[in-house]
Design a protein around this ligand. Structure first.
Ligand SMILES: NC(=O)C1=CN([C@@H]2O[C@H](COP(=O)(O)OP(=O)(O)OC[C@H]3O[C@@H](n4cnc5c(N)ncnc54)[C@H](O)[C@@H]3O)[C@@H](O)[C@H]2O)C=CC1
Ligand SMILES: O=C(CO)COP(=O)(O)O
Ligand SMILES: [Zn+2]
Length: 348
């Protein structure tokens, strides 16, 4: 894998709207990509969208993945080599899209992103995120050449997937604060432009929270636009920094301690309530994060996530260990401090 430092790699065609799934092949054709694709998907999105996408490419090969892991990335690479795929099309949620973009990067072929839910901001980003042992890897991956987001399919997806995407965006507030802190204290490379874009994306979402409601296709539109914008911020930064700080570290730890309990976006949202408290104490800014999440119907407590107070506190006190990314957690939050922050904010 290679990381082109200093390059901003963005999608060429972003197609968003009702019924646009049927335009996937047309959006790709414009790019003159060679060969036929391998479609990478998971069981539910396969029925909802991937079969129709494969048909548009003349019934091309398809592989179904079950989890986000390096083993699954390897399996997709082997399938792609077997069918001599010219490019990969990821159809589904964040895990499928991450696997497809990482496999594309390894194979040196193009990647097309077809999200079936507005649940995460990896739709557009050139980053892949996969757990391995006790660590979490955010690696350079192939950014999509084409993004096709069918708001008809996304608006029909379970509402909790959309609120997870909203919470992933709201967490940009604290991610940016962590990035600024790391820049000041550790001279970490920083982009004013990427951080402003990331913060503005969160603000636009919060300002429009009243119009984000289940079943409304305009809501799917708004959230997809925000997810695209957040992904662009990551592409400009060349890292996930603008959209991933201490709240993401806590969420990645929760995935390790109690896998499969809650959605990524919901976890980072709840964690950002406590990291905002760690940043600004009793100034009440954490309440703004809590209110924004609550207004959108996203969880605001560990209990609503399905996590025990003990697991949440363990995630807070160990999150700094999983990645070399300086945040407000510094070299570790003590158990007492973690309990205090999570209790004051009502998270536990
Ligand atoms: N690379 C990046 O920049 C980013 C990566 N991520 C990663 O993405 C993952 C989280 O993504 P999620 O989408 O939350 O999880 P996920 O990929 O596990 O999807 C959640 C579930 O929703 C189902 N689903 C998808 N579309 C559906 C639809 N229309 N109707 C019914 N079910 C549907 C999926 O099949 C899956 O069972 C995490 O691994 C996270 O680390 C998240 C943000 C950014
Ligand atoms: O989830 C992300 C941004 O929302 C990606 O961040 P990570 O690099 O922490 O996986
Ligand atoms: Zn995220």
């Amino acid at each position: 894998m290679f990381n082109k430092r200093g390059w901003i790699r963005l999608p060429r065609n972003v197609v968003v709207g009702h019924g646009v799934l049927s335009q996937t092949a047309a959006a790709v054709e414009e790019l003159h990509l060679a060969g036929t694709p391998l479609v990478v998907t998971s069981p539910t999105p396969r029925k909802l969208a991937a079969e129709s996408v494969a048909e548009q490419f003349g019934g091309c090969s398809m592989v179904t993945v079950e989890e986000a892991s390096f083993a699954e990335v390897q399996r997709v690479i082997e399938e792609a080599e077997n069918c001599e795929a010219g490019f990969l099309v990821g159809v589904g949620g964040g895990k499928v899209i991450d696997i497809a973009k990482m496999a594309s990067d390894e194979l040196g072929i193009g990647f097309v992103s077809v999200p079936t839910a507005a649940s995460h901001d990896g739709i557009v980003s050139g980053r892949g995120s996969v757990p391995e042992g006790n660590n979490r890897h955010s690696v350079a991956a192939e950014p999509p050449l084409v993004v096709v987001a069918d708001t008809g399919i996304i608006a029909d997806a379970p509402w909790r997937l959309t609120t997870a995407g909203c919470a992933d965006i709201i967490s940009n507030y604290t991610a940016v604060k962590d990035w600024e802190l790391a820049h000041r204290l550790k001279n970490v490379e920083y982009s004013e432009y990427a951080s402003a874009l990331s913060r503005m994306t969160a603000e636009m979402l919060v300002d429009n929270a009243d119009s984000i409601r289940p079943g409304l296709e305009e809501s799917a539109w708004l959230v997809v636009k925000a997810l695209v914008s957040s992904g662009v911020a990551m592409s400009i930064a060349g890292s996930s920094r603008p959209a991933s700080g201490a709240e993401h570290l806590i969420s990645h730890q929760l995935d390790r301690i109690a896998p499969g309990t809650a959605l990524h976006g919901h976890q980072v949202g709840v964690a950002s309530i406590v990291t905002e408290y760690l940043h600004s104490g009793s100034m009440g800014r954490w309440e703004n994060v809590q209110e924004a999440l609550g207004a959108l119907g996203a969880p605001t407590t560990a209990e609503e996530l399905g996590h025990s107070p003990e697991d949440f506190v363990e995630a807070m006190t160990t999150a700094h260990e999983i990645r070399d990314r300086y945040t407000i957690l510094g070299d570790g939050v003590s158990e007492d401090a973690a309990i205090e922050a999570a209790t004051v904010t009502g998270v536990i």
